[in-house]
Design a protein around this ligand. Structure first.
Ligand code: SF4
Length: 240
């Protein structure tokens, strides 16, 4: 079964999480503060679309309100053929595996890929996400000239440790918000190989006949993200 970049990052954290997403999503409980953070992240991402000036967004919906992936992929193909300078939510598929890049920016003979995150630091899971995108985009024939994270550019909270990776490429201000663009090309290139090694194996977990992976609760339930199935897993573990 094909997977998305969200599936990929969640599957890297815990295979059982990905299995539950596919087979028993009704068991998840998203705390209101987490939902608020997700909503803030979406808002931050929407605002960041304009940081490189005029852009074209491919997001398209079906009549029932779901995303129209095939329309988005067709529009992206046509925008790339026209050498469109900035494409947002550029959509690609490879063997059914799907990703939409937050921002593609035309640079030289190819495109730079940007992933937007409403936080200050480069984190491993963001690199994994970009590695997945690089894999799909390159398999679709896109020449990638660099991989970047667009992060918050305001002063980070006190005590936040400095970035372990990702040198600052640009500081940009758009509509009153400051953004830090971190160059993670080298790290994302390495993550692409991990994506290639794991993509089909993780996809198998989404198959109808896939058995639930046997994973006990542990540190991985909180890192990098608190798992929304924690209540379910801890209750079933107590019963065993
Ligand atoms: S609670 Fe832990 S073991 Fe259960 S799905 Fe989530 S990460 Fe995996």
């Amino acid at each position: 079964m094909p997977i998305s970049k969200t599936d990929f990052v969640r599957g890297l954290q815990c295979e059982k999480m990905l299995w539950l997403d596919a087979h028993a999503p009704e068991l998840k409980i998203i705390p209101p503060e987490v939902q608020a953070r997700l909503d803030a992240g979406n808002e931050f991402g929407d605002k960041a679309m304009g940081i490189f000036g005029a852009f074209t967004e491919t997001t398209a919906y079906r009549e029932d309100g779901r995303l129209n992936y095939s329309q988005m992929i067709a529009d992206t193909t046509s925008l790339l053929a026209q050498k469109t300078p900035v494409i947002c939510e550029a959509a690609f598929t490879w063997y059914g595996n799907f990703c939409a890049a937050d921002i593609l920016r035309k640079t030289g003979e190819g495109y730079a890929v940007y992933e937007v995150k409403n936080t200050w630091r480069v984190r491993e899971e963001f690199i994994a996400d970009l590695g997945f995108q690089r894999l799909i985009l390159r398999k679709c024939g896109v020449r990638i000239t660099g991989s970047y994270l667009i992060l918050r550019g305001d002063e980070p909270p006190e005590g936040l440790p400095p970035d372990a990776c990702g040198k600052t490429a640009e500081i940009l201000t758009h509509e009153g918000t400051t953004y830090r663009v971190a160059d993670v090309t080298k790290e994302a290139r390495a993550a692409e190989q991990i994506a290639y090694n794991r993509i089909f194996e993780l996809g198998k977990l989404k198959r109808k006949d896939a058995c639930m992976p046997c994973v006990s609760i542990g540190e991985h339930c909180q890192k990098p993200y608190p798992c929304w199935y924690y209540g379910h897993c801890s209750a079933s573990q107590k019963e065993e």
